[in-house]
Design a protein around this ligand. Structure first.
Ligand code: CDP
Length: 198
């Protein structure tokens, strides 16, 4: 069975948790596409050329322990504006989306560019202050600075020419600002169940 769930949205909106939980619940495979960009950003910070870094990503690159940091997020969004980097990652993501048994992919351009025919598209968002607070609880640091970084990263992601962050026209928008994780996952799971039946 091929069944693709595309989940997009701005930084720290809850996409990752929702995606992992849906994948667990329905037995789908999960791909955190942000990790690909984070790994490319980290290799570039180490001195690699962006396009070459993206063409030669290895499992070890993705297993680096420094990819979740604020700095890695910023580095990711800087390499993510480069069309050659994005192009190098397209085939892997598309094939993942069509793997047998169902797949959940989360990122910025999954519903718009990578899997435009996805069976379900969710756009997960939340107010910037709420997202900054969640990231602060997750990683620590200075909350005001985190808010500024999130706003800067969202703006870079939304204004780039190639595959900007936006909701696909047929995406279901889930605003998690006033939802706890259980409620957000329940809502997302209801949409999956409805599409599986449909
Ligand atoms: O976890 P968080 O939402 O903070 O970020 P992420 O999903 O790990 O993505 C990090 C950065 O990678 C984003 O800010 C985007 O610039 C880039 N990205 C992208 O351009 N396209 C994707 N499909 C996924 C991530």
């Amino acid at each position: 069975m091929i069944f693709t769930v595309a989940i997009d949205g701005p930084a720290a909106a809850g996409k990752g948790t929702i995606s992992r939980r849906l994948a667990d619940q329905f037995g789908f495979a999960h791909l955190d596409t942000g990790l690909l960009y984070r790994a490319v950003g980290a290799k570039v910070a180490d001195g690699a050329a962006p396009e070459i870094a993206a063409q030669n990503l290895t499992a070890a690159d993705l297993a680096r322990t420094d990819l979740r940091s604020h700095a890695a997020g910023q580095a990711a969004s800087k390499v993510a504006v480069i069309p050659e980097v994005r192009n190098a990652l397209v085939t892997f993501q598309r094939e993942f989306g069509r793997r047998n048994g169902g797949a959940v992919l989360d990122g910025r351009d999954i519903g718009t560019v990578i899997c435009p025919d996805a069976d379900l598209k969710l756009f997960v968002t939340a107010r910037p202050e709420v997202r900054a607070h969640r990231r602060y609880l997750e990683l620590g640091g200075d909350e005001a600075l985190i808010l500024n970084e999130i706003i800067e990263r969202d703006s870079r992601d939304m204004s780039r020419e190639d595959a900007p962050l936006r909701a696909a026209e047929d995406a279901v928008v889930i605003d998690t600002s006033d939802l706890d994780i259980e409620a957000a996952v329940r809502l997302a799971a209801e949409h999956v169940t409805a599409r599986l039946k449909g």
